[in-house]
Design a protein around this ligand. Sequence first.
Ligand code: NAD
Length: 468
Amino acid sequence: MKVQDQDLERIVQQVLQSLRKEGEVKDRSYTKGVFENMEEAIAASIKTQEELRRMPMEFREKIIANIRKKTLQYATEFAQMGVKETGMGRVGDKILKHQLVAERTPGTEDIQVTAWSGDRGLTLIEQGPFGVIGAVTPSTNPSETIICNTIGMIAGGNTVVFNPHPGAIQVSNYAVSMVNEASMEVGGPNHIATSVIKPTLGTADILFKHPKVPLLVATGGPGVVTSILSSGKRGIGAGAGNPPVVVDETADIPKAAMDIINGATFDNNLPCIAEKEVIVVKEVADELIHYMIQSGSYLLEESAVEQLTNMVLEKKDGRLILNRNWVGKDASAILAGMGIIVDDSIRCIIFNAPKDHPLVVEELMMPILGIVRVEDVDEAIEVATILEQGNRHSAHMHSKNVDNLTRFGQIIDTAIFVKNAPSYAALGFGGEGYCTFTIASRTGEGLTSPRTFTKSRRCVMADSLCIR
Ligand code: NAD
């Protein structure tokens, strides 16, 4: 059959129109689920949610299995894109983060039923989807969060509309496109996740106010979490932290030093759970610093600390804020910015600091650790709790004294408390438990998983179906 010129023209126009509808981007890889405007992204998500909610759990799991497979396949590409676009983090560590998301994010097995069976019949509590979820994602773990959220949300029978961080939009939308591709490859629907080409506060506002989006999930700093919590809808807020790590005199000091440096330098300190300052009992402080240097740290002289402070923080409206140019940069690059040339074996910058030093108080997200010396463990717990600033996010401790560990855990009251390991053990990397990149510190759900994104429904049959 010969295609007539006018038919050919019509087909080309149709293809162009459909491409325009799903985002005017030339690269094929950005077209699946990425829309020009937020209303279209939400409408597509609503349509797919109807399909997904009726789909057998087994089929959702099939989609999730393919998302896992493709995440592993593209881990290096995501990692390279993320570092290139945001200028933050380390490719090797970002590859590990994607592998962790692929292998350790829970799927449909996390959705459990609770049952009461007895004289008066059978009552079940079943977990059902909210519907369409609106999610805001950060620049620090961009594709990791998109993939992790999508797995958890669709496992619960939801679809998700993302308003990704504008500074990581290419890699975020590449992840959106990948999860849709994964779904379609196994016969599932397109638009299990959608997004926009150009996210702004305006597109976020449309998402937050849309009547058919009942649940909002924010992974980011205090601004966005406050914004979703003021929306009048149910909000899950995964906010900022400033995790302290306490070292007491009973700790295995060489191991503590290595664990702290490994945790604090993972992806150049971008993870919200990473060690951000050290509080050490003074009798073991010098020994700790000695082993930290052996583990790849550069000890900054007291006279140079002010120069570092002026470089990585800047004054705005009378207060010090982060200079974003240095967030997630290599320690060697930060030192080079100060005129100090070191080789790449240097992973972290350490310095002795008073407990109220701005580099200790601010959440830097850079491989920089202030070391605060204290008299004893009681003072360490007190100082660490002040520095955590009530975020209730993460805290860590190295100690062999069970009473000290217990006391700190009770007092600091954080969603995550890692003992005698690098902070990333909390994500299932060198520790037990599942992975997530959305830690709902502020609203109390803690480490999110599929069941976090479901609502509870009681289903009662009175006086029947109990077969005891
Ligand atoms: P950010 O707060 O700058 O941005 C997060 C997202 O929120 C972006 O998409 C941004 O565009 C959007 N946003 C900001 N203010 C908004 C508002 N008022 N309304 C709507 N959208 C808004 O975050 P970032 O710099 O990319 O990430 C780092 C921060 O996120 C750190 O504070 C870190 O601790 C936190 N974080 C927390 C978790 C967690 O699980 N708790 C995970 C990752 C990052």
